[in-house]
Design a protein around this ligand. Structure first.
Ligand code: LMR
Length: 332
């Protein structure tokens, strides 16, 4: 074979490969800290499926669950640096980013049910909070539900006096710190990925989370009691790096926004059942005793925790608190 035909052949091979090179998919890394079989874990996979389908493969979504890529305390900076493109952290984790107003979601007993929660997430309060992220180079795309939190410990916990002196793991929220102190317990901020071991070794005695996180992190193996306190929520804000998102081709961004809308509907449709099923699984395990509070015990807990609202008025700002009270009909 002479040199000319060799040259022609390699040009042909190159020509064939150029379109493939040019069409490298846009990669979206989506990092989160929970297990796959949770409301957020499943919704992230749904966004991946819909995003890839609707962009006909021009986008590849890589989901990293269980803190496998970034853990609490690392995620936000990684997003701002562009090392990851999508996160869905709990709204209790925006304080360290300098947007403490998100902690309004952590005010004890401010939400009685998902409808009230959605009046905030789908209303002016939720939108207003997202606007505060723009200055941080972040865009808020959606709110995903998880569920109502329950306290757990290795002793029976029914009334505030039972919490005295307990070391309780919390998310990085000052409102949650006040909540734990109001029970006479000691708050300990800790990454989600470290909670199991910290409970196992006694670094902390208890914690708070919805059943879906409690069960999928196997906390029933290291917690003897779970009190169905429903004293607060775990809610997620799905956020993206602004530069990355604004830089996407318009048609791709439109398709991804549609995929996010449908993944959000899916997330919020499955959240309650995921938590109900997880609670059933905890019961079935026989490892953790479930405590159903009496109305008297519930009102004792509420009375002890409502002080947290007043204490945080100046720090969170009266406006956002009033907006949430208005939306939920909450009377302090
Ligand atoms: C927690 O840290 O307890 C939760 O925010 C984890 C999660 O993302 O649900």
């Amino acid at each position: 074979m002479n040199r000319l035909s060799t040259l022609l052949l390699s040009c042909a091979a190159l020509a064939m490969s150029v379109p493939a090179l040019a069409q490298q998919p846009i990669v979206i890394k989506f990092s989160h800290v929970v297990a796959v079989n949770t409301p957020k874990g499943k919704a992230a996979e749904r966004f991946k499926q819909l995003g890839e389908e609707r962009t006909k493969g021009r986008v590849r979504v890589e989901v990293y669950p269980n803190s496998t890529l970034f853990k609490d305390g690392e995620e936000m900076e990684a997003l701002q640096l562009g090392s990851v493109q999508v996160l869905a952290p709990s709204v209790a984790k925006f304080g360290p980013l300098g947007v403490r107003e998100f902690e309004v979601f952590d005010l004890p007993y401010v939400f009685d049910n998902f409808d009230e929660l959605h009046k905030v997430t789908d209303g002016p309060a939720g939108k207003g909070l997202f606007q505060k992220l723009e200055a941080k180079g972040i865009i808020g795309l959606a709110y995903w539900d998880n569920g109502f939190k329950d306290f757990s410990a290795n002793k029976s916990i029914k009334v505030p006096a039972d919490y005295k002196g307990l070391k309780m793991r919390i998310q990085s929220s000052k409102v949650l710190g006040e909540e734990i102190k109001a029970l006479g317990a000691i708050p300990q901020v800790m990454a989600f990925s470290e909670v199991y071991q910290a409970l196992q070794t006694g670094v902390v005695n208890g914690t708070e989370n919805p059943p879906s996180n409690f069960y999928t992190q196997k906390l029933h193996e290291v917690q003897k009691y779970l009190a169905l306190s429903d004293h607060g929520v775990v809610e997620y804000a799905v956020i993206v790096n602004k530069k990355f998102w604004d830089g996407l081709p318009a048609d791709i961004r439109t398709n991804l926004e549609g995929a996010m809308r449908d993944a959000t509907k899916y997330a919020n449709d499955i959240a309650k059942k995921e938590n109900d099923d997880a609670l059933e699984a905890v019961k079935k395990s026989g490892k953790t005793q479930i405590i159903t509070l009496t109305p008297a015990e519930r009102s004792e807990m509420k009375k002890a925790l409502l002080v947290v609202h007043k204490e945080n008025e100046s720090r969170l700002g009266k406006d956002v608190i009033q907006q949430v009270y208005q939306a939920t009909g909450f009377k302090p």
